[in-house]
Design a protein around this ligand. Structure first.
Ligand code: HEM
Length: 468
């Protein structure tokens, strides 16, 4: 689908010339704002409509900037090809975050050889294996998080509750401590940073808000504490083998790949990467399950069977077709990364058009999630789609909740375990209800698309007691 235009060719009969970028179809918008309102309301639906009406490449104007969008299954496949890897870079989108931390790079901002090195360094720590031997512990951590907020008779704002749960789980698994006294500041700092510096949907003035400055200082303090603690443990040989140890060791052994000024951003990175992503997805999943009583009954039965086991292992979590299907449906219907954002490294051809060097591009990999061609009865929360022989997600370019290409989610394995355990434990322990049976989920788009912060469920009762 794509060809590099700058590469010399020996071919005697040249390929038909790509049409210039100026001919890429423009999505009509309103004066000044362009397509901002439609994009801000529901980015996934906006990209699907544009793809249907304008094809796999189009031009939009949002948040005061013109950008090219490539979308659909072809764009998802393109991301994984050699051409796609060479043609696209990520740097520009993370510059604000890097500057804010006084760092030189993050794993998300780096491409090529250095990026491969950083991924190799962090791969194990972010993987499913990182939870090996800790499944019972993770169940207990999850119980503690439930015990802290989900009281019978109360209404629970789900996204916020899941954010607290994720921070507690990540903190305990990676550092052995739940940074509970830091959770409020981690949330505030990260959500502001994502809004202002990464997705740039909020004004820079927010960075001067004293509440943000305080939250940032606290995250910095947490980072310093984590580093000092692990440096001590690495020195006296008591450090567990995990992500943070791997990062600290790299800093001691190879300052080129992990310089001192990148440490704070890197060790607190899991919270940035996991907070909104996993919390939004789990909140959407809770909605999807409660909205479909037959799914709820199956989730409860599967969870009850799981927790009838005295001790849990990786296989037990992997083999949860209904619960994992529910999480996958949540990621399909409410993808946190509607599009991946990149810049073109050089002129290249895509779908018959020239994509110019240094152009900002959205890659709408989630568009096929909403296409009947791939997912029949596309709006149905159908947890069985992913089972063979249907396996609808395995069609080419169809399903990309964790992104595509070199920057695809490194924490996928860890995220899948955390989400399956949390959803299983919540529905095993608690009887929940939507505000009313006809309730329709309201969504937000900033900083990450997902359920609105005021989406709340009622805790009607306790089905099973805590295991701790
Ligand atoms: C539902 C949960 C999650 C989803 C849907 C998700 C999705 C994504 C996506 C789409 C990207 C690629 C962004 C891009 O290409 O621009 C990404 C990157 C990443 N994610 Fe996740 N994520 C989730 C949870 C997590 C968690 C829990 C962690 C770790 C604690 C994590 C760690 C990372 C890292 C380190 C990267 C950067 C990879 C790189 O740049 O090479 N993610 N994630």
């Amino acid at each position: 689908m794509a060809t590099v235009l700058e590469k010399p060719t020996n071919d005697a009969s040249p390929a038909p010339r790509a049409r210039p970028a100026s001919e890429i179809p423009v999505v009509p918008g309103i004066p000044f704002l362009g397509n901002t309102l439609e994009m801000a309301k529901d980015p996934a639906a906006f990209f699907v409509r544009c793809y249907r009406e304008h094809g796999p490449v189009f031009r939009i104007k949002v948040f005061g900037r013109e950008s090219i969008v490539i979308a659909g299954p072809e764009s998802a496949t393109f991301m994984t090809t050699r051409e796609g890897r060479d043609a696209l870079r990520s740097k520009e989108f993370w510059e604000g975050l890097i500057k804010e931390y006084g760092a030189t790079e993050t794993i998300t901002s780096t491409d090529g050889e250095r990026h491969i090195k950083l991924r190799t360094l962090m791969r194990e720590g972010f993987s499913r294996e990182a939870v090996q031997g800790q499944y019972d512990n993770l169940r207990d951590i999850t119980d503690r998080a439930i015990g802290r907020r989900w009281d019978v008779g109360t209404d629970i704002p789900v996204v916020e509750a899941m954010q607290y749960m994720v921070v507690e789980q990540l903190g305990m698994l990676l550092t052995g401590q739940a940074p509970l006294e830091y959770v409020k500041d981690i949330r505030f700092a990260i959500l502001t940073i994502l809004n202002v510096l990464v997705t740039r949907q909020r004004p820079k003035i927010m960075l001067h808000d004293p509440r943000f400055r305080k939250a940032r200082r606290r995250v910095e303090e947490l980072g310093h504490t984590m580093i000092a603690d692990f440096q001590r443990k690495v020195a006296d040989g008591t450090a567990p083998k995990n992500l943070i140890t791997d990062i600290i060791r790299a800093n001691l052994d190879d300052k080129d790949i992990m310089p001192d000024q990148n440490l704070i951003l890197t060790v607190t990175g899991p919270y940035v990467a996991g907070l909104d992503t996993a919390a939004n997805t789990m909140a959407a999943c809770i909605y999807g399950v409660l909205k479909n009583p037959e799914v709820l009954a199956r989730v409860q039965a599967e969870a009850d069977e799981l927790f009838a086991k005295e001790t849990l292992n990786e296989d037990d979590i992997r083999k949860l077709p209904v619960i994992n299907g529910a999480v996958m449906e949540a990621m399909r219907l409410w993808p946190i990364a509607v599009a991946q954002m990149r810049v073109a490294n050089f002129d290249f051809e895509y779908a018959g058009y020239t994509i110019p060097k240094d152009e900002m591009i959205y890659i709408g990999t989630s568009v096929p999630h909403f296409m009947e061609e791939f997912f029949p009865d596309v709006n149905k929360f159908d947890v069985d789609r992913y089972q063979r022989p249907r396996a609808e997600h395995l069609q080419k370019g169809a399903y990309s909740p964790f992104g595509r290409g070199p920057h695809s989610c490194l924490g996928q394995g860890l995220a899948e375990v955390l989400m399956a355990m949390s959803i299983a434990r919540i529905f095993h322990r608690l009887d929940l209800a939507l505000p009313h049976p006809n309730y329709e989920l309201k969504t937000k788009t900033a900083p990450t698309p997902g359920p609105a912060m005021d989406f709340a469920v009622k805790v009607i009762g306790e089905r099973r007691p805590s295991g701790i």
